[in-house]
Write a protein that binds this ligand. Structure first.
Ligand SMILES: N[C@@H](CCC(=O)N[C@@H](CS)C(=O)NCC(=O)O)C(=O)O
Length: 306
């Protein structure tokens, strides 16, 4: 049986990234479907406050964000690699470009679909997209379409020599970073077909990335995930970079939250890991005992609480 549990919902382009990683590696995993809006008590009791998707759980270790999930999957199951061209730095750097690409699709979705959304869903999204001016979306939509096309044009240019995947013959994290936005805009926004129509290398590439699949998925009840968190023990040995620019130290109480495009909740805990690319905090909980919650450093803010 696989140790991997994904807490997620399928409609998210970020969940789709995690699923393609599992597909590329051919891994078995267990699925816990979360609601798309708050409240999410069964998830937040594990994360300590993060409410986004996807979240990976392996025993009493909780991995926040598709970036962190990629790093942990590659560490534990190195083959087949997410980096067929041995270019991990570039592939992870695309996280930030991928977020920019997502912003374009998000603005289009909010402007075109938002008015028809269920009021509870709309209110939830208004609360998390604090940087979006919901009264100006109509003015922004054409700009967003131009931005979507600009990023799509980069992909088409990269594929123009007939290669199967962005970095060559083999699929990797670069493809997975890039794939989520065309996937979601084509599915949700019919105008995408016309917007991206001139980019003739994209549809074949999108189909090849989709064909990575999702590995071997089994649906489970969240009580199974909670029992495993309770029964297992995380590694609490500290790993702190002595040159940390924020002077973070082992055991320091900190608050960690995404510093990107949405407020997905903050997590408080005692610092276990602080490196250039990783942050992890220890949470001592009544229900589960010790948990360690892992985050990427890139795109997350660490606030010392003492
Ligand atoms: N950088 C994060 C972004 C995750 C993200 O923003 N997911 C959205 C769904 S597309 C989300 O969590 N929305 C709020 C929610 O579902 O509660 C990642 O790569 O995992």
């Amino acid at each position: 049986m696989s140790d991997i549990i994904l807490h997620h919902y399928d409609a998210s382009p970020f969940t789709q990234k995690a699923q393609r990683m599992l597909g590329l590696k051919g891994l078995a995993w267990r699925s816990v479907e979360t609601p798309m809006i708050l409240p999410k008590p069964d998830l937040v009791c594990l994360t300590g406050g993060y409410r986004g998707t996807p979240v990976m759980q392996i025993g009493a270790d909780i991995y926040i964000d598709s970036q962190c999930i990629a790093r942990e999957l590659e560490r534990r199951w190195p083959e087949p690699s997410l980096f067929p061209g041995n270019d991990p730095g570039l592939a992870y750097a695309l996280v930030k470009w991928g977020d920019e690409f997502f912003q374009a699709g998000l603005t289009m979705a909010l402007a075109i679909l938002g008015p028809d959304w269920d009021p509870a869903f709309l209110a939830d999204r208004k609360a998390i997209f604090t940087h979006v001016d919901f009264d100006q979306l109509g003015d922004d939509v054409e700009h967003a379409m131009a931005q979507l096309r600009a990023s799509a044009a980069l992909l088409d240019a990269q594929l123009a020599d007939g290669r199967a995947f962005l970095t060559g013959d083999q699929p990797g994290l670069a493809d997975i970073q890039a794939f989520g936005v065309p996937w979601f805009t084509r599915a949700a926004l019919p105008v995408t077909e016309q917007l991206l129509g001139q980019f003739r290398h994209l549809p074949g590439w999108e189909a090849r990335v989709a064909a990575l699949g999702q590995g071997e998925r089994t649906d489970i009840d969240v009580s199974v995930a909670h029992a495993e968190a309770r029964e297992q023990q995380p590694d609490l040995s500290p790993d702190i970079d002595p040159d940390d620019p924020q002077k973070l130290a082992a055991g320091m109480q900190v608050r960690v939250a995404a510093d990107d495009f949405s407020d997905r909740g903050a997590v408080d805990g005692a610092l276990v890991t602080a490196s250039a690319l990783e942050i992890a905090v220890h949470r001592r909980t009544d229900d589960f005992g010790d948990l360690v919650v892992h985050f990427p450093r890139l795109g997350y803010r660490v606030l010392p609480l003492e």
